[in-house]
Design a protein around this ligand. Sequence first.
Ligand code: F3S
Length: 400
Amino acid sequence: MSGLDLTAEQARLLDGAEGKMVQRLMRLLVRLGQVFGASRLVPISSAQVSGVSYKSIGDPGLDFLEDVAGQGARVRIRTTLNPAGMDLERWRELGFPEPFAAKQQRIIAAFQQIGIHPTATCTPYLAGNLPQRGDHIAWAESSAVSYANSVLGARTNREGGPGALAAAICGCTPLYGLHLDEGRRATVHVAMEADLGSRADFGALGNHVGRLVRDGIPYFSGIPEAGVDDLKALGAAMAASGAVGLYHVEGLTPEAGDQDPAGLETITVARRHLEETYARLNTGESSAPDLLVVGCPHASLEEISRVAGLVEGGKLTRQLWVCTSRVAREEAARAGFVSIIEEAGGRVVADTCMVVAPIEQMGIGATAVDSGKAAHYLPGFCKQRVTFGDLDRLIQEALK
Ligand code: F3S
């Protein structure tokens, strides 16, 4: 007895009607449901699977995926991938090591055999996987989870890679946490007293608040306006320094009006907190960066256009990567932004990012970013010295 109220189809999968691998993955979902006190498994409309870069999952992950594919398990719903460890088309030109590329290609082939389209991005919502408010989904990339829950009003927990893959193959996920109304209520009020002047400021704010609230659900007041790219930067940084899967912004996000901040603990954020965050995350100011990277989370068309406007007609004195989805790269190419950036010496890189690519094996030791999430991960995950600041300034410095 699972203790969960399973549908006939779910019980059939659990009984092994579709083979041992599907049964094993269904058992994983049931076990997760038991651990987290779910009453049942809810059907989902989309999945987003992490653990795609060979740098992240290594040979054990590759072996597991080839086993899943080889045993005939296939996804039942629209499923996309997190970034891979390299640009899947231009890896050679960009200098990715051949042995790494060979392993990465096997990982992608296994995912394709499982039925997943190799859209490798942390912004699936900008690349055709766009859930609607109230949809139950199972996404694994923490920044995408935050965006889906907070900005789109869809419902997903912060899945791990195996949990999201199991959900994609079984078509369901345990109903608990952020899938439930009661799991989506704000737990802490963040009162903004500082103006947010750049996208980097949103990242710095996210980094600061994530450290304070951990896995809480912040309700922000005092942010009169923010674009979707600002919210993407804010959520990504909170999900990295903390474990925030959902936040609300007064007057801006779809479920903010359902919240009542009265009675919640209040955290006040002033300009000095952001300055302290910049100081803490800037570990590389003393040396010029080898690489400037834009696009964490993956750059939108608007962000690519902004970079093109800043570099147009200039010559970059250091490497520039604009990381994005293949879909956005193709749109940017049609709009002429890719050629402007590449004529200035930059590269618009698809399918990967500076954190999951093996940049430390490619002669890069110092990186400049305008992302609070990237600034958080690059020192530990990629052994980088980091310059974290406003995009306009970073590009001006790279053009000198
Ligand atoms: Fe995306 Fe990589 Fe940043 S996966 S959110 S660009 S660390």
